[in-house]
Ligand binder design. Sequence first.
Ligand code: AGP
Length: 606
Amino acid sequence: MCGIIGISSNKSVSATIINSLKKLEYRGYDSAGLATVHNGMINEIKSEGRVDSLEKNFDLKNLEGNIGIGHVRWATHGVPNSINAHPHSSHNVSVVHNGIIENSTSLKKFLVNKGHTFKSQTDTEVIVHLITENLKITDLEEAITNTLKQLQGSFALGIIFKDIPNLIVGARRGSPLAVGYGPNENYLGSDSYALKSMTNKVTYLDDGEFCIIKKDQVLFFNEQGIKVNKKIFELSSEESSYDKGHYKHFMAKEIEEQPNTIKSGIKEYVDNFNKDINIFNFPWKIEEIKSIILIGCGTAYHSCLMAKYWFEELTNIDVGIDIASEFRYRKNRFKKDTLYIFVSQSGETADTYAALDICNKNNMKTCSVVNVIESSIARDSNFVLPIHCGPEIGVASTKAFLGQILVLYIFILKLSSLRNEINKNQYHKKINDLKTLPELIEKTLLHDNEIQAISSTFNEAKGSMFLGRGFSYPIALEGALKLKELSYVHAEGYPAGEMKHGPLALIEKGMPVVVLAPKDNYYKKTISNMQEVIARGAKVLLITNKSEDEVISENIWETIEVENTNHDLLPFLLTIPLQKLAYYSALKKGYDIDKPRNLAKSVTVE
Ligand code: AGP
């Protein structure tokens, strides 16, 4: 969950490193720092808080040097403060790290016995002293190779050296790391986002590899220290910008972008002329797939759950879902005719990547649904379904969630058609309905003032419930997660039918309860669950869809009616008011909406 940047150049690097770190803050932002090598010295500055605190606390003009590394931190070992901030340096080595060193305690004991002194509480500092120790007895490449062998756990590293002032070493195991190529300079970065503003040519390190980056040369080595050749990728030139435009927050921009991102997703896969769906280069015959398991974390897991309902509705395929951090430790029974689908916006989530790695090691069929096509999960899947939403910067996922469920729905429609589980007319009708989705979302986004007006009720309550059945249940979970992660108040998504098995005891007078009750097959049952909570004093926000039926109104605090459409598509529309509810609740509390406390955009550690 940290961000790394390194630059080896023919000119001063500190200002460029600072600018790159600002782009990396979505990966972590409780402390930041950088170090350069200049005139035979390692110059290091670091502080608690955001990157701009570095600019406030230090005069960057004095931080000279054509070689440098920088870091934004999300704390795993050691509280966020200037001592635990990276880089960590000895007299001749400076290191930035993303990951967790699992044998840091034993290594620290060994190094203290060798006379090394430690300043921080971090696991990272052992790497600094281990390299320093190994450099006493051998050359650079061997010292790096030996050091990496002694480390257990995960790392992406950037390393500079007082006595070798013309290069940076990068190393990767389990945390993403990329190299970028520029004119008279080369770069090291946690991911392509970090490098995109400086170059569109990148190489990704694979686990166990390290690299030596000079301003005019980059060398790659495997874990035995043997040189290897690596492919250079051209980054997609998605025009989505990194600025917020006229919006106050990236999240607000990304919510409002959804009609366009859904449009680009449909354009990518739907063939309007032939009224068909194109999933190009799908590597398997349909009959080779007898079951499907979808895996993800957080919002991506909710996308998996949403897909399960559509799979059950539109196909006879046996479908399972799992949370990646559970799957990776489960005693899984692998069957060769199972397709594993990994859903991940960033494509770098450690638990999801570990689950993918286990499936790859068991020669399973793997497919990923990602937003970052250059990501580790995308690169290591047999097949990729990109969601084409453009960079999602707000930590709370919005457009990527809709993009994920759109691509999954399109994929399911196609499978259903290929397996003859949907007739041609139904298939064409659903494709036509899909094309109306951007406009329906546009209209749903207009529900704004009424949501702003009620959002403070959720802030003042000690907790809230989000209830739904069937297709609405994954959306209830997603709405509760949005409110939790943005306004730091407890909110629980729950199957409406389950309330009577315990959680009904939570309901007390004035407690806000969101009830998702579109007029689908579950409507009547959900309305009766709603009346159970109203009878116990709950303030119900009913979210349903417009129809000729009268809308139940007695004792309901507020009702929001989204546009009516094919029931398959209602989950897209039900999600929008919940995204806005979370946004306005957090706005009223004055919280940092794009960077909520304790969270980061890409959870690249366990
Ligand atoms: C969603 O709002 C959260 N930021 C979080 O749950 C996120 O969905 C989860 O960490 C998975 O991230 P990924 O999609 O990049 O794998």
